[in-house]
Design a protein around this ligand. Structure first.
Ligand code: WT7
Length: 615
């Protein structure tokens, strides 16, 4: 912590650089440039390095499709495929700095295309395959991608999810997209548009097997990934190359204690940051063997995951609290039916894990043998920030605590003025020093970057989470302090959900809040004002839910819809979401009143009573 630059330089030396950096950090607050002048390539690090060693014949990816089909890729195969895919991209006219949108199921082609983009210096933007055509189009338009890559379909609960068809709707709205590459996964019929849509297998017929990795300056972008904030459209978080890889390489080793013989499975979708850092870049940079599974966790039987762990001899298993709570409800018979003795280490990510779920996971999956690493991080942080780190030091675990910040991570818990709070007091989690994995910025919007993360507290990165540091220095992450929802680990902003709701012809106004759910973290609750001439009905409620699902995707389906005559607002017209939240959760507003901007306690209470009367 005292000499962070020396420390991070030492870490950086473990990677292969084509050219050494000129300096470790250029910090022009709030913009950081890590290892400027250095040159490297992410795909070189993840594949070329390994094929020069015995790892050439080591398994890189054990892939399991939902229907039960499997593929095993060695590092040699992965290297060959990354090169061939990179050649295809080049022949289509994609070059350094071009954006490529990936809308794919969890099949090996997804990481291969990511690495192929990285190889030629193109910037990938992966869009979660659960998003709808409109959500896909919005993200593609923000990046101005020239190329969109998809599959005919992916499998989910035994049914093909028709991704190409969704892309057909989206490309009508995305003028930047010139070409669409289609992977044949499910074998369902699709319409291929002459001159625009191309089958991957046709392109591979003539692909060259070697493409030189493009030397990338350390601060050149590796990818853009969308995530949601309190207001506005989703933000395109931009990650660079050098700092991002250095940080992830180190954090991964510290947290997961990765070894050659490890078989590592992270159950996240590659469409989220966990997938980028903790399925693709960090594990492959270490030459690890990873498991990739296409489908639903409980399909076709409730023990599908435990079956996969046994089948591949998984040693490190990394999943979300929502999944653990879901399996808790299913009971112990599933895991009991399988030999899970290969497991050595368990991980949790995405939401706070309640002690009850932690203990269930520890006992029933880890057999009271495996430590649990509760890893706190964000799309913006690029990699794990607060977590136990058995790869460097063993600390006693406390169920529900992410324990301590990783080396070089200067976390703190502060009050509204930015002053550190006393131990055991709730405050805002902030990061006081730049770290190599931090985002470069928000795509196309430097002001929003500054506003979102660096303006609440001077010189400190605002995470948006509440936390407590206990008397032993352990961090307990309590969840979002802002209005961002966490639905089954997925991060959703109220603004995008409200926009989706309002696009329904019957709605005049809408407000969305999260309501605590024992399994999913947050439920989506919509308060809606109808236009003149529309009357509330159960049918309309269903229709609105279906509409939001169609506009954003299944993850945006509301759990509750209330029709109201008015919404509680401050004098300046800001919706008092905490009032809505309290009403939806059937809680008293209590001390929440003081948290509302501008409004007096009296006004807040009145709005609260008024809203309750309406329901
Ligand atoms: C938000 C970031 C990091 C990859 C997946 C989520 C919550 C994340 C934890 C944890 C408590 C956690 C926070 C954070 N969160 N990990 N271990 N304990 N909360 O990335 O979608 O950018 O969401 O997830 O609220 O701010 P993301």
């Amino acid at each position: 912590m005292e000499e962070p630059e020396e420390f991070w330089a030492e870490q950086a030396r473990q990677l292969d650089w084509f050219k050494t950096w000129d300096s470790v950090l250029q910090w022009e607050s709030p913009f950081a440039r890590w290892f400027p002048g250095g040159q490297l390539n992410a795909s070189y690090l993840c594949v070329d390095r390994h094929v020069k060693t015995w790892r050439r014949s080591k398994v890189a990816i054990y892939w399991e499709g939902e229907p039960g089909d499997t593929r095993v890729l060695s590092y040699a195969t992965l290297y060959r495929e990354v090169n061939r895919f990179a050649d295809i991209l080049k022949k289509i006219g994609i070059g350094k700095g071009d954006r490529v949108a990936l809308y794919l199921p969890m099949i090996p082609e997804l990481p291969i295309f990511m690495l192929a983009c990285a190889r030629i210096g193109a910037v990938h933007t992966v869009i979660f395959s659960g998003f709808s055509a409109q959500a896909l189009a919005d993200r593609v338009n923000d990046t101005q991608a020239k190329l969109l890559i998809t599959a005919d379909a992916g499998f989910r609960r035994g049914k093909p999810l028709p991704l190409k068809e969704i892309c057909d709707q989206a490309v009508g709205l995305t003028p930047s997209v010139d070409k669409v590459i289609v992977v044949k996964r499910a074998g369902i019929p699709v319409t291929m548009k002459e001159g625009k849509d191309l089958w991957l297998h046709d392109l591979l017929d003539t692909a060259a097997s070697s493409v030189k990795p493009e030397p990338m300056e350390s601060c050149e972008p590796l990818y853009i990934l969308y995530t949601s904030g309190t207001t506005g459209k989703p933000k395109g978080i931009v990650h660079g190359t050098g700092g991002y890889l250095v940080f992830n390489y180190s954090a991964y080793k510290w947290v997961f204690d990765i070894r050659e013989e490890s078989v590592y499975w992270c159950t996240a979708d590659v469409g989220w940051v966990t997938g980028h850092s903790s399925i693709v870049y960090a594990p492959l940079a270490h030459g690890a063997a990873i498991v990739l599974y296409e489908g639903a966790p409980d399909y076709p039987t409730l023990d599908r995951w435990w079956d996969i762990i046994e089948k591949y001899g998984v040693t490190i298993f990394y999943t979300s609290p929502t999944a653990i709570r879901m399996f808790m409800r299913y009971g112990e018979e599933g895991p009991e039916r399988h030999d899970l003795s290969s497991l050595e280490l368990l991980g949790s990510v995405g939401e706070p894990i309640n002690p009850e779920a932690w203990l269930w996971y520890y006992q029933n999956i880890g057999g009271e043998r495996c430590p649990i690493v509760d890893t706190w991080w964000q799309t913006e942080t690029g990699g794990i920030m607060i977590s136990p780190a058995p790869g460097i030091e063993c600390v006693p675990l406390k169920p529900g605590s992410a324990t301590f910040p990783l080396p070089g991570v200067d976390a703190a818990v502060v009050d509204e003025q930015g002053k550190p709070v006393a131990d055991e007091q709730r405050g805002h989690l902030v990061i006081r020093k730049p770290w190599p994995g931090m985002l470069l910025g928000i795509h196309g919007d430097p002001h929003r970057y500054e506003r979102s993360y660096w303006s609440k507290f001077r010189g400190m990165f605002y995470t948006g989470d509440y936390a407590i540091r206990d008397k032993d220095g352990y961090y307990w992450i309590l969840g979002r302090a802002d209005e961002v929802l966490k639905v089954a680990g997925h991060r959703m902003g109220p603004a995008e959900l409200e926009d989706a709701a309002i696009s329904h012809p019957a709605l005049a106004e809408a407000a969305v809040v999260g309501k605590a759910d024992p399994i999913k973290g947050d439920n989506i609750v919509v308060f809606a004002i109808l236009k003149q001439g529309f009357t509330p009905s159960p049918e309309l409620r269903m229709e609105l839910a279906e509409h939001m699902r169609r506009v954003v995707g299944p993850i945006a389906t509301p759990d509750e819809v209330y029709f109201v005559a008015s919404l509680p607002k401050t004098r300046s017209g800001k919706i008092m979401r905490r009032v809505l939240k309290a009403v939806a959760s059937d809680e008293d507003i209590g001390d929440l009143t003081t948290l509302e901007d501008e409004a007096s306690v009296e006004e807040v209470r009145k709005s609260y009573e008024e809203l309750k009367r309406q329901l």
